[in-house]
Design a protein around this ligand. Structure first.
Ligand SMILES: Nc1ncnc2c1ncn2[C@@H]1O[C@H](COP(=O)(O)OP(=O)(O)OP(=O)(O)O)[C@@H](O)[C@H]1O
Length: 453
């Protein structure tokens, strides 16, 4: 891997950037045809921070970036750069540099001339231009190709030249829109380390747009996850991965994807909260700090999320929180194999591009003896009503079955196994579940939790 070398002192010479913070407050963008590309987003980017906007195609990431750059006007809301309202400031007055996916270099100019071009436009004299081009090119590891034309460069080198041309202007703020998406995966991995290393050395506040979660999780100080113009979650990679705010974020991040299973909640006072997954039951002990929060959904359906790292194959007779099923199929990835196990439960499939989860159904106070006891115990009125307990005392449907928001299908639990295990499809598997690593989401798709980050 080629590392970015920013020699001591050169960062200051290259950088000389001033403080830049970005704040979007209640920003909405509705295009003339009625498309709501950005829906009431508020987001603060700190000075020197590397903020990644992540989401599927069409969720509004580029529109946010273009509004910060001044290329689009917000329909409502304000954009502040360094606490100054810039809604009406032209792009050129914002000291912003943008790097796009389809960066265009001038084919007839050398690398050096391409990088120097913005300085030439602003009338910087040649001696200073030459010195700054050398600094930037060395920092980007392209100092030895300054005399070449773009056609004589690799894709990665061309992208570095584009970066160099953006950096040389000493922007306060970098805006990057999928700058790596045209490159092959090996080069992408190499360049993402270089780019994040370089902008950190330079200390330039950066907003970086991508739909690639690996880029987001590896490069960002913080990640802002969008869906259909709406901000879903903002946090460090560890926060959004480890404690996703919504079902959507949980489903979007991670490989393999988080297992999301429909569970019926049944409270066993003082003992545990039972989570019924089809015919199988997991128990969340009362001692678990989240048990009371989950107990509020007694008699209802929630979504239980388990990443593959929360699951481990165990001996068939193992006790504790164990799910049992049969392997439906295996995927071999070289360093590991994934078993997809039919455990007779229902999976909730979140539509990446579709609407948000169902609106919260109103919960009414319980009326039965058991309900009242639970209510007293957990101190809330969110317990089953006569209508949602069936005649056998079992649990009836909650509100997760709104087909417009999610769809359901038989669950195939993704479980990590050693590479090429001596098992095949049809083989029974017992899987232990680390209950402390399980996530809970309500019918609206919001995290059920105590406290927050
Ligand atoms: N000028 C425009 N007029 C009407 N709709 C637009 C316009 N520009 C973008 N849109 C729409 O706004 C929504 C958000 O687009 P945007 O380009 O911001 O999404 P994105 O998340 O950056 O997607 P991608 O990753 O594919 O670039 C999309 O539905 C898009 O079709």
């Amino acid at each position: 891997m080629i590392l970015v070398t920013v020699i001591p002192g050169s960062a200051t010479r290259l950088g000389e950037v001033t403080v830049a913070t970005v704040a979007l407050k209640d920003v909405t963008k509705v295009f003339p045809d009625g498309t709501v590309a950005v829906d009431n987003i508020s987001l603060d980017v700190n000075d020197g921070e590397f903020m990644v906007l992540l989401g599927p195609s069409g969720c509004g990431k580029s529109t946010v970036l273009r509004m910060v750059a001044g290329l689009e006007q917000p329909s409502s809301g304000v954009i502040l750069l360094d606490n100054e309202l810039v809604n009406d400031l032209s792009p050129r007055d914002r000291r912003i540099a943008m790097v796009f996916q389809d960066f265009a270099l001038y084919p007839h100019m050398t690398v050096g001339e391409n990088i120097a071009f913005p300085l030439r436009l602003s009338g910087v004299e040649e001696a200073i231009r030459t010195e700054r081009v050398a600094d930037v090119a060395n920092a980007l590891g392209i100092g030895d190709v300054l005399g070449r034309k773009p056609g004589q460069l690799s894709g990665g080198q061309r992208q570095r030249v584009a970066m160099g041309r953006a950096i040389i202007r000493r922007p306060n703020l970098f805006l990057m829109d999928e700058p790596l998406s045209n490159l092959d995966s090996g080069l992408r991995a190499e360049l993402r380390a270089e780019i994040s290393g370089l902008v950190r050395e330079l200390g330039v506040t950066t907003i970086y747009v991508t739909h690639d979660q690996a880029e987001a999780l590896t490069m960002a100080d913080r990640v802002a996850i969008m869906r259909k113009g709406v901000l879903q979650d903002v946090g460090t990679p560890t926060q959004v991965y480890g404690r996703p705010a919504t079902l959507y974020v949980a489903a979007f991040l991670g490989n393999p994807r988080m297992n999301l299973l429909e569970a019926s909640v049944y409270v066993h006072l003082d003992r545990h909260v039972a989570l019924h997954l089809g015919d199988q039951v997991l128990r969340l002990p009362w001692e678990d700090i989240r048990a009371r929060a989950v107990a509020r959904y007694h008699g209802e359906r929630i979504v239980v999320g388990m990443r593959a790292e929360a699951l481990a194959p165990v001996a068939p007779d193992a006790s504790g929180e164990v799910l049992r099923g049969r392997i439906r199929y295996l995927e071999h990835h070289g360093h590991e194999s994934l078993a997809f196990v039919d455990i007779g439960a229902t999976a909730i499939v979140v539509d990446e591009l579709g609407g948000q989860a169902a609106g919260r159904a109103r919960r009414s106070a319980g009326s039965g003896r058991f309900s009242r006891a639970v209510q007293r115990f957990i101190g809330r009125a969110a317990v089953p009503t006569a209508e949602n307990e069936d005649s056998t005392g079992g649990i009836r449907t909650g509100v997760l079955s709104d087909p417009g928001r999610h769809h359901r299908r038989p669950a195939e639990l993704a479980v990590r196994l050693a590479p090429y295990p001596g098992v095949s499809a049809g083989h029974p598997l017992a899987i232990s579940v680390r209950m402390d690593a399980v996530h809970f989401f309500d019918d609206r798709g919001d995290r059920i939790d105590v406290g927050w980050r």
